[in-house]
Write a protein that binds this ligand. Structure first.
Ligand code: MN
Length: 202
């Protein structure tokens, strides 16, 4: 059975940037719903329980066609939310540290230039989706966005930072003001966790 990661902080820990009610609904209702649906779809092809979610999403050709859409959407969302909770923390924000800091400067010019690019990806994603910082096959950093539950694994890249830009992630607190939510996000990014993911992906 696939599971959600433990949150590691309380629902109100990321306030005022992400409010407690949004966190609670997001984690206990939205994310939970994707987990339940994913497991129900995989019951129809149980050998997939032997694979990791990363393995399945990196090679969706292993999935039977009648459950492909269900696995792609719900499996994508389970993976995406697990990553999202992991790369945020109440004792976070500020500038990146470790190897990822140097790599961001090398690949984007500066942290500010990277932030601009990431915000643009978040704001130009029409409708529901995600913005990402990913590592490509040659070890370079890529900023990108994906629609709905898709993610960079499906394109052969490894995501190390992700931002949920579905309205359910911000609407209660920010209503239609996605730009405010996106700029608030920088205050809760756990660069230590991102750096760890970067070192694993290399
Ligand atoms: Mn979400």
């Amino acid at each position: 059975m696939f599971k959600k990661v433990d949150l590691g902080y309380s629902f109100d820990a990321l306030e005022p940037y992400i409010d407690a009610q949004t966190m609670e609904l997001h984690y206990t209702k939205h994310h939970e719903g994707y987990v339940v649906k994913l497991n129900n779809f995989i019951e129809k092809q149980p050998e997939l329980f032997e694979k990791s979610l990363e393995e399945i999403l990196s090679d969706l050709s292993v999935v039977n066609s009648e459950i492909l859409t269900g696995i792609r959407s719900n499996g994508g969302q389970v993976f995406n939310h697990n990553l999202f909770w992991e790369i945020m923390s109440p004792d976070a924000g500020g500038e990146p540290k470790g190897e990822i800091a140097t790599k961001i400067e090398n690949d984007f010019g500066s942290f500010e230039d990277f932030k601009k690019k990431f915000e643009e990806a978040s704001l130009t994603r029409f409708g529901s989706g995600w913005a990402w910082l990913s590592v490509d096959e040659s070890g370079g950093l890529v900023v990108e966005s994906t629609a709905n539950g898709d993610n960079p694994l499906m394109e052969g890249r490894t995501p190390i930072l992700g931002l949920d830009v579905w309205e359910h992630a911000y609407y209660l607190n920010y209503q239609n003001r996605r730009p405010e939510y996106v700029s608030a996000f920088w205050n809760v990014v756990n660069w230590e966790a991102v750096n760890k993911k970067f070192l694993e992906a290399k």
